[in-house]
Design a protein around this ligand. Structure first.
Ligand code: GLU
Length: 495
């Protein structure tokens, strides 16, 4: 049987470095056995999925050099590869599970579930469905569904005993069924949840090995049950360690650059990034640190994966990238530079901003250096002349970051609208509000128009500049981050 692996991103945001990390190991694993690597789009969350995000993720993965053999854009014999196009398949499988007693319809109202959660929390129990609809008479359940009563489908989970399963990296793991919720498999809108869709697809797409982030380890009992109930064999699972900061916390977009477009825009070479990601939890048999993806594939042995949280260390990545840049031959170096920023496509976005402000071509560079390159480093003194004090500047930048996470599409007009409504909600005059943002983004007192600048830079670059400006203003502790988050949610609720 041919080895088949997959990466299964949910198109709910910007391309993330974690997706490239998981994709790399799946690709290399499949290639090392002469197998296939598949891209599947998990877009069953209708509110949060977008085709723009899907396109951006595919484009970014291709840029990293992690192309796929089968996927929504290239086709393949196991398609469709987009879950929203497979709804009939999930419906059919859910019906089958209900008919065989592996799952049941649940008619509980939102209020009942809320009340249940409240009671469980008060009694210090883990919130969990109590099985209320589990023993409904099958005929009654069918009739109520046929009469159009709103319901979900839940997995029938044993209430006693333990679930044992094996993970290729961690060995045998046991989780008491008590800790496993009766997972919703089909939502009331008829869409499947991740758990049903992923298992059904992994089976039907002939996936033999699943390498995915360790955050999915706790879902294994549910997935095991679904495989068993269908009588399917379980693919081999390997849960890859999460990327961490030096202090052991999980990498997060608010603290570190995690967007693939950040790495692309700041001039990391895709082969250096792949090499770096390969070092996250894996090592070459001879422990050498610089190697190509082909060399990794030739030497690949999954046994060399470790469980320890690898530290995603930007300084190390910079060092590695420097090694790659310096080893390019001069012609290749020039091609890379042209590819990176100084090209017609980039200039097309900048020309309307700068042409009317230019007398000699040489005037161009100082106008765009903070857009093509990095902005100057900012420190607390840069914010001192502003009308808002340091604490308020920090609050503004924090809230702008949160607001920008949800700003879509990323263009001048939406950015402007987002900022205007946030300034209103915070009760700050637009001028005072914009001043710290201007410093954070441009690092100057005079620059091209702010909204055009941010539209050009893109979300990842803007986020990283906000983060470094917040750090310059003293940074935020975990406690303070929580406070800011609460304050921000309060504002949004009022708006
Ligand atoms: N859609 C899931 C994610 O975004 C995939 C998890 C898996 O690989 O099973 O992480």
């Amino acid at each position: 049987m041919s080895v088949r692996t997959r990466v299964a991103p949910s198109p709910t945001g910007d391309p993330h470095v974690g997706t490239a990390y998981v994709a790399l190991f799946n690709l290399v694993f499949a290639r090392s056995y002469g197998g296939q690597f598949i891209l599947r789009v998990e877009d069953t969350d209708r509110q949060r999925s977008s085709s723009a995000s899907e396109a951006a993720i595919m484009e970014a993965l291709r840029w990293v050099g992690l192309g796929w053999d089968e996927g929504p854009d290239v086709g393949g014999t196991f398609g469709p590869y987009r879950q929203s196009e497979r709804l009939d398949i999930y419906r059919h499988h859910a019906d089958e599970l209900v008919a065989s007693g592996g799952a049941f319809r649940c008619f509980c109202t939102g209020e009942r579930l809320e009340e249940l959660r409240r009671r469980q929390r008060a009694g210090r129990e883990t919130p969990r469905y109590d099985g209320h609809c589990r023993n409904l008479d099958p005929q009654e359940s069918r009739d109520r569904a046929q009469a159009g009563e709103t319901h979900v489908v839940r997995l029938d989970v044993p209430v006693t005993g333990t679930c044992g399963f094996s993970d290729g990296i961690r060995g045998t793991i046991e989780i008491p069924w008590q800790q496993v919720d009766m997972q919703v498999l089909v939502k009331s809108d008829g869409f499947p949840t991740y758990h049903l869709a992923a298992v059904v697809d992994d089976h039907l797409m002939g996936i033999t090995h699943i390498l995915r982030g360790e955050e999915w380890l706790s879902s294994m009992p549910k997935h095991r049950l679904i495989y068993d109930r269908f009588g399917w064999s379980v693919p081999d699972h390997y849960h890859l360690p999460l990327l961490r900061n030096a202090d052991g916390s999980k990498v997060s977009k608010r603290r570190n650059p995690t967007g693939l477009n950040y790495f692309r825009r700041t001039g990391y070479l895709p082969e250096a990034l792949r090499n770096y990601l390969a070092l996250m939890g894996w090592s070459m048999p001879d422990e050498r640190e610089i190697f190509s993806t082909e060399e990794m594939t030739a030497a690949f042995d999954i046994e060399r994966l470790t469980t320890g949280g690898p530290v995603f260390d930007l300084a190390k990545l910079d060092w590695l990238n420097g090694q790659y840049i310096r080893s390019l031959d001069p012609g290749e170096f020039m091609d890379r530079v042209a590819d990176w920023a100084i090209n017609r496509e980039n200039l097309a976005a900048l020309a309307p901003l700068v042409q009317q402000r230019t007398e000699r071509l040489v005037d161009l560079l100082p106008q765009v250096d903070y857009l093509l390159g990095d902005r100057a480093t900012v420190d607390e003194d840069d914010f001192a002349p502003l009308r808002l004090g340091a604490e308020d500047c920090l609050r503004v930048l924090d809230h702008v970051g949160r607001r920008f996470d949800a700003t879509d599409p990323w263009d001048r007009d939406s950015l402007q609208a987002a900022i205007r409504s946030l300034a209103d909600a915070m009760g700050l005059p637009m001028r005072d509000f914009l001043a710290p943002l201007f410093v954070a983004i441009t690092g100057r007192t005079v620059a091209l128009p702010l909204f055009d600048s941010m539209a050009y830079l893109g979300r990842d670059m803007v986020r990283s500049r906000l983060a470094s400006a917040i750090a310059a203003l003293g940074g935020v502790s975990k406690k303070k981050a929580k406070r800011l988050e609460r304050a921000y949610s309060g504002l949004i609720d009022q708006a």
